[in-house]
Design a protein around this ligand. Structure first.
Ligand code: ADP
Ligand code: MG
Length: 214
């Protein structure tokens, strides 16, 4: 399937698929966070995304900004760990950038995601190689933008972003953590995939699957 635009329904579907993927991978995310954190990343993400989808089912959003601002607020308020404010700010900034529209075209989605990354950086101050979700978000968005230079098809851009996200996730394994709880471990953080990087790879898997109509 090719898409020049993404609809409110597809964006809601993206979030629902992300909820499903973090739920399916809860044990994996917990295991990653037990190695270099406090073993709560799986439960943080499933609780947060569970609350997000419950709210959306009770009262569906009528515009893209409303959708993502609601998601962001729910994550900030329902997740205690670092990932709540970080993912929350990501989605809040996406909503602000998107505005009160019913669809986004490819450049619009790219700009919204880029604004979301800006929010994560504003909050967490992570840089490339710090072993965080940034190490997945940044290369995934670069791949998304690069694909859009070649074609305006959002589905293939999302597939490229997902591939880059997986590489970014795997590339966190040999890194020494410089941000968040894992940084307390120093050298002992080396040799483990970052849990937030792993959940962010699932975020791009969800986007790619929804746009491919799976
Ligand atoms: P906590 O660390 O509070 O237990 P989680 O376990 O839910 O929260 O989330 C941990 C993840 O958050 C890390 O794996 C990392 O990807 C991400 N993270 C932590 N601190 C930062 C930061 N300053 N910037 C970006 N991402 C961060
Ligand atoms: Mg944790």
């Amino acid at each position: 399937m090719t898409n020049d635009t993404v609809t409110l329904d597809q964006l809601t579907g993206w979030l629902t698929r992300f909820r499903d993927l973090v739920t399916d991978h809860v044990a994996y995310l917990t295991e990653l966070d037990s190695a270099i954190g406090d073993a709560d990343h799986g439960s943080n993400m499933t609780r947060g995304m569970g609350a997000v989808i419950e709210k959306l089912q009770a009262s569906p959003a009528t515009a893209v900004d409303e959708l993502f601002k609601g998601v962001g607020m729910t994550l900030v308020t329902s997740v205690g760990g670092a990932s709540g404010p970080l993912y929350g700010t990501f989605f809040l900034r996406i909503g602000t950038e998107a505005g009160p529209v019913a669809t986004l075209d490819a450049p619009g989605l790219a700009a919204a995601l880029r604004a979301g990354l800006g929010g994560v950086v504003a909050r967490g101050k992570a840089e490339a190689g710090d072993k965080t979700m940034f190490d997945v978000l940044a290369p995934a968005l670069d791949a998304f933008d690069a694909a859009l230079v070649v074609s305006s098809d959002i589905s293939s851009a999302a597939r490229a972003a997902h591939t880059a996200a997986q590489s970014g996730r795997d590339a966190t394994e040999p890194l020494l953590a410089r941000k968040g709880r894992a940084s307390y471990l120093g050298e002992r953080s080396i040799g483990h995939i970052d849990p937030g990087a792993a959940s962010t790879a699932l975020l791009f898997q969800a986007l790619s699957e929804i746009l491919d109509g799976e």
